[in-house]
Design a protein around this ligand. Structure first.
Ligand SMILES: [Zn+2]
Length: 444
């Protein structure tokens, strides 16, 4: 749909047609956020560098419930209005097709999570600090953006907040200016990321490096002091996991990896770009969440480095992350992936078979069957290809679509190249038909 002023207002994502905007691509977000935890007020400035893909007399950004004080385009004040989650911008002069332009938005308000089928998304105030978990559509709860996973951009995120708190955001901490009452933390993320993986975590965290080494990049954690002992025990194998995944999937795609343990229970941990967020319930002191630690780490390759081009391809994120749980199990002395697969297939066979993996529908994107059947699909492919070609395919997938977006069709094509033949019957059965197929047997 185009707005009546000729700016393309919507993306073409069938799952979330209200999110994402046509007519331009974002190259960089520069966010300056001043957050007062009590009362929870966010004073924000976003400078967005974008390139017009058509001439734009007007355009839109996704932004929820803030008061917008000022919008400028290329330094000149622009007319604007905010309604129904869209910031409509009318620059003084139309932006020409192909031109780079900078949108400068000043906004203020109390960020509130976006309500969704999956609970609250986006910026959430905590008793002490805040957390951000946006997947899939929570990003407009804290900054104006082109909220579609296919529009990846680089970020600079500067957060000023009360001095006792620690701030963690995506990427590398490039500066920290400590004041008596407020401290400014500046993070830069040089590899392109989608809006849903942008995050800010604010809380009374201690920043600690991992003691043991493993893998090619530094690993850090932000942990409340009271959870430190359990954290040290439960996450002790993460460096070994990193080493294993680098061997199987290729080099870790970003400059560093951080984990944040928030002092609240979370239903599930969530992945962000270059970091993952766990709840205090995920550090039980008995390694009860080890498979989830593997799952979130694997997302750095599957979902974050190679990002889905459309939300219907969610299995490309979750199927591979779920399969990585089994890979870690078999590589760390637990059950083999084959044993996990047989058990999970038997369990899935007792559940309704009414879900098409490659297009589950928006409401069922995060249905457990997407995860489990996704993992089974990856395992079926491994059995059919054999380990050599299978892991070569995974590494090629990450290398080919690194920092970019990809679709199910892209994956099928690459898999067939590695197989040297058509895999149509395999993928038709696992991805495009609801009936649960039988797992192929090794050597059959
Ligand atoms: Zn996941």
């Amino acid at each position: 749909m185009s707005s009546r002023h000729g700016g393309a207002a919507r993306s073409d994502d069938p799952y979330f047609p209200q999110h994402g905007n046509g007519g331009y691509r974002v190259a960089h977000y520069d966010l300056e956020l001043d957050y007062k935890p009590l009362p929870g007020r966010l004073d924000g400035r976003a400078r967005i560098t974008a390139v017009a893909t058509q001439t734009l007399p007007s355009f839109t950004l996704d932004l929820e419930q803030f008061r917008v004080a000022r919008v400028a385009v290329n330094g000149k004040p622009a007319k604007f209005s905010l309604r129904s989650g869209k910031l409509h911008v009318h620059p003084a002069r139309a932006v020409h097709s192909g031109a780079e332009f900078v949108v400068d938005v000043r906004y203020v308000g109390t960020p509130r999570p976006v309500r969704s089928t999956w609970g609250d998304l986006g910026w959430e105030q905590l008793d002490e600090g805040a957390l951000v978990a946006s997947q899939p559509t929570g990003a407009p709860s804290w900054f104006p953006c082109n909220d579609h996973p296919s529009d990846k951009a680089t970020y600079r995120i500067a957060v000023t907040t009360a001095t006792p708190y620690t701030v963690v955001a995506n990427g590398k901490l490039v500066s920290r200016r400590v004041g008596a009452s407020a401290t400014t933390w500046v993070y830069e993320h040089a590899s392109p990321m989608p809006t849903y993986l942008a995050t800010v975590q604010i809380g009374p965290y201690e920043l600690v490096p991992f003691r043991s080494h493993g893998g090619s990049v530094p690993q850090r954690a932000a942990v409340p002091a009271g959870l430190m002992k359990r954290f040290r025990h439960d996450f002790a194998d993460q460096p070994a996991m990193m080493e294993t995944f680098e061997e199987l999937f290729g080099p870790y795609p970003f400059g560093e990896y951080a984990v944040v343990i928030v002092d609240e229970d979370l239903d599930v941990p969530v992945e962000a770009h270059g970091l993952s967020i766990f709840g205090r319930n995920h550090v039980d002191g008995h390694r009860g969440s080890e498979r989830l630690i593997a799952h979130e780490l694997a997302h750095q390759w599957f979902g974050n480095c190679v990002t889905l081009g459309s939300w219907r391809d969610i299995w490309l994120n979750e199927g591979f992350a779920a399969y990585s749980e089994w890979l870690w199990s078999e590589r760390s002395g637990g059950d083999s992936a084959g044993a996990h697969a047989a058990r999970v297939r038997a369990r899935l066979a007792t559940l309704p078979q009414d879900l098409v993996l490659a297009d589950p529908g928006a409401a069922r994107m995060f249905d457990d069957r997407v995860y489990r059947r996704g993992a089974l699909t990856v395992h079926a492919l491994r059995v059919v290809l054999d380990d050599g070609p299978f892991f070569a395919l995974l590494r090629d997938w990450v290398a080919t679509y690194r920092d970019s977006v990809a679709t199910t069709a892209d994956f099928v094509a690459l898999a067939e190249r590695h197989a040297g033949r058509s895999l149509k019957s395999l993928f038709d059965a696992w991805l495009f038909a609801p009936k649960l197929p039988v797992l192929p047997q090794p050597g059959a």
